[in-house]
Design a protein around this ligand. Structure first.
Ligand SMILES: NC(=O)c1ccc[n+]([C@@H]2O[C@H](COP(=O)([O-])OP(=O)(O)OC[C@H]3O[C@@H](n4cnc5c(N)ncnc54)[C@H](O)[C@@H]3O)[C@@H](O)[C@H]2O)c1
Length: 372
């Protein structure tokens, strides 16, 4: 199969869909890999790294889209990229179609087979191609929060680990899923006093079993949440209710009860944010002040560490990418129901129920498509 990887063109996106290592494995499996020139530069990979791995460099995205049988990317295809997709071509990338009727319409019109990273599943009920980015964002959250807490950035001027004779910063993590667990581990590792709140008792039991001694857990009743938040130097928002907008857990009126200069890091901003005063920011201008409380609300946090994120994503996507290339998409999806869950669009038909429901469109069962 000819596998193509264009350079990402969405603003502020420095990741790339294939690492040189992924290219090397695909070539070893007998495939041809076509990479757009400088596609990996933002993640620290040069064209020469891909050439060494056995890939071919293409001068333009148009060359990649024209020749490749499967396109591997990071972000959803932009309008100019969608216009280059064609019938029979496979697209393997993040899509997030439910809030995006325009993209859905274009992908349906293209006739391509589109497999979304974010809906591929695993045996444990997880989302294996979304998890690496949650791990990155979670581990980054205390790091950016610590920076936000510095005086020059408008924060309280509190050091995460404290110093001998003076206690550490208090960090509250709301939501103890993938983001929250990784955030809590790093904050605890920086020496902070950390409490994780969640509404799931099984999750709290797991965290307590595995991490007792590193951080505390607390049930996320509204009362507990605000009480702990009021005593905190940093609050990390990491909740998720799948398919729904994030619940607002701290209101604007409650900001005046928080410590002046406290840092709110709202990782859940990509689902609307879990603080009433959150609004999405960018890496160029990541923080802002509301009533003396510093907010960090970058919607694509993993982009800040594009190299780590690219490699982490590549590690997760590689086995699926190889299966799609080795067997062809239909056989690969027949053999793996988790990969089949990634199928969102095929040959003008929508194949993912949640997207159909969100956009009011008809859906054809993906299992009928692979049987056909
Ligand atoms: N900003 C970014 O760059 C970025 C990157 C990755 C993930 N995210 C977002 O981070 C959020 C968390 O992702 P995740 O992978 O950790 O999800 P997850 O499903 O693993 O964890 C979410 C946790 O929130 C808990 N929860 C739900 N409602 C709650 C409430 N009211 N109070 C306390 N806990 C509650 C759930 O029980 C669950 O344990 C998502 O919105 C995700 O999209 C953002």
């Amino acid at each position: 199969m000819i596998i193509g990887c264009p350079k990402e063109i969405k603003p502020q996106e420095f990741r790339v869909g294939m690492t040189p290592n992924a290219a090397r494995e695909a070539v070893a499996h007998g495939h041809e890999v076509l990479i757009e020139t400088q596609a990996g530069t933002g993640a620290g990979f040069e064209d020469s790294d891909y050439v060494e791995a056995g890939a071919t460099i293409a001068a333009t995205a148009a060359d990649v889209f024209e020749r490749a049988e499967m396109i591997v990317k990071v972000k959803e295809p932009q309008a100019v990229e969608r216009a280059m997709l064609r019938e029979g071509q496979v697209l393997f990338t993040y899509l997030h179609l439910a809030p995006d009727p325009e993209q859905t319409r274009d992908l349906l019109a293209s006739g391509a087979t589109c497999i979304a990273y974010e809906t591929v599943t695993d045996d444990r009920g997880g989302l294996p191609l979304l998890a690496p980015m949650s791990e990155v964002a979670g581990r980054l959250a205390p790091q950016v929060g610590a920076w936000t807490l510095q005086k020059a950035n408008g924060g309280r001027g509190v050091l995460m680990g404290g110093v001998p004779g003076l206690g550490p910063a208090r960090v509250v993590v709301i939501g103890g899923g993938v983001v929250g667990t990784h955030a809590a581990r790093i904050a605890a590792g920086m020496g902070a006093d950390v409490t994780v709140l969640d509404r799931s008792l099984p999750r709290l039991r797991y965290l307590d079993d595995v991490f007792s001694g590193q951080f505390r857990t607390s049930y996320a009743s509204a009362g507990n949440t605000i009480e702990l938040a009021c005593a905190a130097d940093m609050i990390i928002g990491a909740v998720l209710i799948p398919g729904a907008e994030a619940p607002k857990l701290i209101s604007r009126a409650q900001l005046s009860d928080l410590k002046p200069g406290a840092a709110l890091v709202d990782v859940a901003i990509d689902q609307g944010g879990c603080f009433e005063t959150s609004r999405a920011t960018t890496h160029q201008d990541p923080i802002y002040d509301v009533d003396g409380i510093m907010h960090y609300c970058v919607a694509n946090m993993p982009g800040a560490v594009a190299r780590t994120s690219t490699i982490a994503l590549g590690n997760a996507t590689m086995p699926f990418m190889l299966a799609l290339a080795d067997k062809g998409w239909k056989q690969a999806c027949q053999d793996d129901p988790h990969l089949l869950n990634g199928l969102n669009v095929h040959d003008g038909k929508l194949t993912y129920y949640a997207v159909g429901k969100a956009l009011g469109l008809d859906v054809v069962s993906p299992s009928l498509i692979v049987k056909g």
